[in-house]
Design a protein around this ligand. Structure first.
Ligand SMILES: O=C(O)[C@H](O)[C@@H](O)[C@H](O)[C@H](O)COP(=O)(O)O
Length: 232
């Protein structure tokens, strides 16, 4: 599917503009069906965007927030994406939103993935908004090159849900929504910042296997247009 690059002069400008776009999309979904959903990524990039979005005056009590992926750690662990979202997005006006975590206290990461699939099924499909990040190796979500379940994660025929992923460079075992769960969001955003990530994007947009740079699956096969938000 096509992608559109939205470039901004600064991360602050990007955060404000993306927060407005996401707030408008969530409000339109609420107007249409009385509810809205958004799946966000962790990492260091989205913090300013989360803080800007949390101030937007929308019917947050009708919004369900979840994560694109999560590390298999409890929410009090500094590596937790839940903790990042709690501290930066579930604040201010967005405090009223419902949050559905991916991490579940379970005997294994596989059991946690099964529980997360069960709990997230009630959110409804497709997501209204998905915010993806991208690592320097071209991973997105927890679709890491060499990942233990990468082929399953990227296969369009894999049922929607949360699966596990282990990979060198991923740290803890991961919980990640599948490509099939994310690729048809009403608003599908890739949020990256810095010259380095722009170079990684250019390489990903070139030829090569999806397995080498999994973001290629999104750029090449997502049903929804990919809105790329970039600032230096
Ligand atoms: O759990 C995570 O880490 C994210 O979901 C991951 O996919 C992230 O988006 C990229 O690794 C980019 O991370 P940065 O924003 O820190 O570069």
């Amino acid at each position: 599917m096509a992608s559109t690059l939205h470039s901004f002069a600064s991360p602050a400008d990007l955060a404000g503009s993306l927060a407005d776009k996401v707030a408008d999309t969530l409000s339109a979904a609420i107007a249409a069906r009385g509810a809205a959903s958004i799946a966000v990524s962790g990492g260091s990039t989205p913090k300013a965007f989360f803080q800007a979005l949390s101030t937007r005056d929308i019917a947050w009590d009708k919004v369900t927030i979840t994560l694109v992926d999560e590390r298999f750690v409890p929410a009090d662990n500094t590596r937790s994406n839940h903790l990042l979202v709690d501290a930066n997005l579930l604040q201010d006006k967005a405090k009223a939103a419902r949050f559905v975590p991916l991490y579940q206290p379970a005997a294994s990461v596989e059991e946690a993935a099964r529980l997360a699939t069960e709990k997230s099924a009630e959110i409804g499909i497709p997501f209204d908004v998905v915010i993806l990040g991208m690592g320097g190796d071209g991973h997105t979500a927890s679709f890491f090159p060499g990942g233990s379940n990468l082929a399953e994660a990227l296969d369009a025929s894999t049922p929607r849900g949360v699966i596990t992923m282990e990979a060198e460079g991923a740290g803890e075992p991961r919980l990640t929504f599948t490509f099939s769960s994310l690729q048809d969001a009403a608003l599908l955003v890739l949020h990256i910042e810095g010259e380095g990530k722009k170079d990684v994007l250019a390489k990903a947009e070139g030829s090569g296997d999806e397995a080498d740079m999994p973001i290629r699956a999104v750029l090449r096969r997502a049903t929804s247009p990919v809105e790329i938000y970039w600032a230096p």
